[in-house]
Design a protein around this ligand. Structure first.
Ligand SMILES: Cc1cc2nc3c(=O)[nH]c(=O)nc-3n(C[C@H](O)[C@H](O)[C@H](O)COP(=O)(O)OP(=O)(O)OC[C@H]3O[C@@H](n4cnc5c(N)ncnc54)[C@H](O)[C@@H]3O)c2cc1C
Length: 372
């Protein structure tokens, strides 16, 4: 049948595209089905951080997985460039989380201490810097900045180039991309699966559900409960400016063209992507406390987008036990984890042993504990 492939990937965001790319690199025939512009798409509205510090507080496997992805990123960027020529503008020169006031400083210190006491790698190089140290890196900080936590592992990319490079690279390796293909039904069909979409049916030996927030209902069709919920974030972009922020911050980054991006807000607003002016003002106030020099900067663009959030903030990966060959992949840091998804997770989908390899990320961790 012409519409049959070894693997169908549902979702063409950063998670689906990274997995599709990784599968195609392994030589699998892949069809990526994507709903298109009408869908909610975190991958087109995010901040672009490849961020390590603070990731995995409470789950050392996630700290290690994040660090692994970061370590793979340089060669991953080269692989993408070799695929379709896209430069994803990766920079991994370290990053800072500024502290405003003593309480903030102590909270970061406590997090470092907690994570040092966890097994696994990921946090061992993160340190606290006092105000004098931060001033050497960022001479324009305001008087309220008490210090910062610093990790040499943090970095960033241009997230739209990353998405484009993954799509281009997957297609250069023979993957088929079908846009406008909103998936409506997933059914077992002999040894494989039949996936019904708005534009027709597709057959695949395996099916990977990587459709962001839509995993919640799509994964139910293969017997999986994936409790992801939306979490809204806003981003503000300034006009092009002289260098103000020479270091990468968790909530601010000055791009090569001089614009400064601010973000890192979290809000429970259901599925609404409307702009909340009060949230924009809150972000701007915090930025001006950190860098008073920005008080007259002109904001030229803002948007909001929805994160794909699990109850504990960690990824959820699972192969269905009732329908083996059907996988669900969700996470809230799809930029950071793109390298690990493409180079390490995708091959396990083909080779087997998925649930053993990713046991820590099973949705069963959310099941209620049995009564004593
Ligand atoms: C404001 C903000 C800032 C962020 N900053 C960062 C950051 O700095 N670093 C980082 O690592 N992460 C960041 N993230 C998170 C990151 O963007 C997401 O983890 C990632 O984009 C999730 O990708 P995804 O493919 O799972 O979901 P999405 O990007 O939402 O993509 C889902 C895809 O599935 C498709 N789809 C949905 N339903 C169907 C269906 N029924 N049939 C077919 N296709 C379907 C959609 O068309 C869409 O393309 C941020 C997110 C937000 C919102």
């Amino acid at each position: 049948m012409s519409d049959a492939s070894e693997v169908i990937v549902i979702g063409g965001g950063l998670v689906g595209a990274a997995v599709a790319y990784g599968l195609a690199r392994e030589g699998a025939s892949v069809t990526m089905l994507d709903e298109g512009d009408v869908a909610l798409r975190a991958s087109r509205g995010n901040f672009g951080l490849v961020w390590v510090q603070g990731k995995g507080d409470g789950m050392h496997e996630y700290a290690s997985w994040t660090r692994r992805s970061k370590d793979l990123y340089r060669s991953f960027a080269d692989v993408i460039r070799g695929g379709d020529g896209t430069d994803i503008e990766l920079k991994q020169d370290g990053g800072l989380e500024l502290c405003l006031g003593e309480e903030d400083f102590r909270a970061n210190e406590d997090e470092i201490r907690r994570m040092h006491n966890q097994p696994g790698v990921g946090e061992n190089d993160r340190v606290m810097l006092d105000r004098a140290d931060v001033l050497k890196m960022l001479p324009l900080i305001g008087p309220e900045v008490t210090g910062a936590s610093y990790s040499p592992h943090d970095g960033h990319v241009n997230p739209l180039y990353l998405l484009r490079g993954l799509h281009g690279g997957a297609q250069a390796l023979g993957a088929r991309y079908v846009s406008g293909a909103q998936v409506r039904k997933i059914e077992k069909d002999g040894e494989g699966f039949s996936v019904s979409t708005k534009v027709g049916a597709f057959r695949g030996g395996k099916v990977v559900i990587a459709a962001g927030l839509a995993n919640k209902w799509l994964a139910e069709m293969v017997g999986l409960s994936i409790p992801v919920e939306p979490n809204r974030g806003h981003i503000l972009i300034t006009e092009r400016m002289q260098p103000v922020i020479p270091m990468l911050l968790v909530n601010a980054r000055q791009t090569a063209d001089g614009t400064i991006n601010f973000g890192n807000s979290h809000e429970d607003a259901g599925y609404s992507t409307r702009i909340n002016p009060a949230k924009l003002a809150e972000i701007a106030r915090s930025v001006i406390r950190s860098f008073p020099v920005l008080k007259d900067a002109r904001i030229v663009r803002t948007w909001s987008a929805l994160r794909v959030m699990s109850p504990d903030g960690f990824p959820i990966y699972r192969e269905s036990e009732s329908m083996p060959g059907a996988f669900s992949i969700s996470c809230h840091s799809g930029v950071t984890l793109a390298a690990a998804h493409a180079l390490e997770l995708a091959p396990v989908i083909l080779r087997g042993g998925f649930n053993e390899r990713f046991a820590a990320f099973s949705p069963e961790r959310f099941d209620a504990a049995p009564a004593a």
